[in-house]
Design a protein around this ligand. Structure first.
Ligand code: ZN
Length: 302
């Protein structure tokens, strides 16, 4: 499972890998596995004929860096992949998490400088008193102690974001920080996502384009069934319209799904779906496990 890639044009955000590293991952897997083309893998999966060594490559989120950095590598290896597209961004919309990620990475000397501006912006905001109060009892050493590689700044930032502010207030602070830097959002987002023609081209080159919801909610399973339905139905209709064929695959955004989601995907006649981790055993055709590329890089390095 791949997300971000970097090169001279695309910033090296957290977890991003290069063309060279993608090639290393492919070489590494080829030693012990068979990397199938997306069509082959899909055919075998639906016929229940996948062997223990059959794997495939998947790309989530319709990121332009995937098209510009990863696709040439796939073509050099004569491979195709699954591309899971949340349709709001290829029809002119945008999504905050991706914009914030680029802002954090490209507009500051380092992450510490981002944290400094963030803490300052929070304390000057209407949430200043609430945050100050919460921090008076906060000890960074014991928060998220299961992640030893986090710095004190990482811990304090995550604590404020997740435990004190919550999504809405956090987004408000980030939007204010972006505004304060006079960033033109349309220009700033231009290199983040693929456009319709990129997705069409991938489809024509025999890659498989699948569902990933319309707006990429971070907790889709928490939405009422009706809202889940509209997320997937809009996604389905948009992809059907631009590709002239109905999608047959899905990957669950942020791994968030429940029985209602599975029912919706059955109703849309989706054949195969992917989780975003290896945590559970393969349990149905709509829940194939996936290994994150960061974990694979870790194994190669070890
Ligand atoms: Zn995603």
């Amino acid at each position: 499972m791949f997300h971000h890639f970097y090169d001279d044009r695309h910033i090296r955000g957290q977890g991003a890998i290069s063309q060279n590293e993608l090639a290393q991952i492919i070489d590494y897997y080829r030693k012990s596995h068979q990397i199938l083309t997306a069509r082959e893998w899909l055919d075998k999966a639906t016929r229940n004929e996948l062997g223990a060594k059959d794997v495939c490559l998947t790309f989530d989120d319709a990121l332009l860096c995937q098209y510009e950095v990863a696709l040439p590598v796939l073509e050099a290896y004569d491979l195709s992949a699954f591309w899971f597209v949340y349709s709001s961004v290829i029809t002119g919309g945008s999504e905050k998490l991706e914009i914030y990620r680029k802002f954090r990475t490209s507009c500051f000397e380092d992450i510490a400088a981002f944290y400094e501006f963030f803490f300052e912006s929070v304390s000057e905001s209407q949430y200043g008193a609430r945050v100050k109060d919460a921090l008076s009892n906060f000890s960074p050493e014991s928060y998220l102690s299961q992640f030893p590689f986090y710095t004190a700044g990482d811990r304090q930032f995550r604590f404020i974001r997740d435990k004190v502010l919550g999504v809405e207030a956090y987004n408000q602070i980030l939007d204010q920080m972006i505004l304060a830097q006079s960033i033109d959002l349309a220009e700033f987002s231009r290199d983040l996502w693929m456009q319709e023609q990129h997705v069409v081209e991938l489809h024509e080159k025999d890659h498989v384009i699948g569902l990933h919801s319309h707006t990429h909610p971070t907790a889709l399973a928490a939405l009422p069934a009706q809202d889940q339905w509209s997320e997937y139905k809009t996604n389905y209709d948009t992809l059907t319209e631009i590709l002239n064929t109905t999608p047959e695959t899905v990957s669950h955004p942020c791994n968030s799904y429940n029985q209602e989601t599975i029912q919706i995907l059955h109703d849309l006649q989706i054949k195969v779906g992917f989780r975003s981790n290896m945590a559970e055993q393969h349990s149905s055709l709509l829940e194939f496990p996936r290994e994150d590329h960061a974990n694979i890089m870790g194994k190669i390095a070890a």
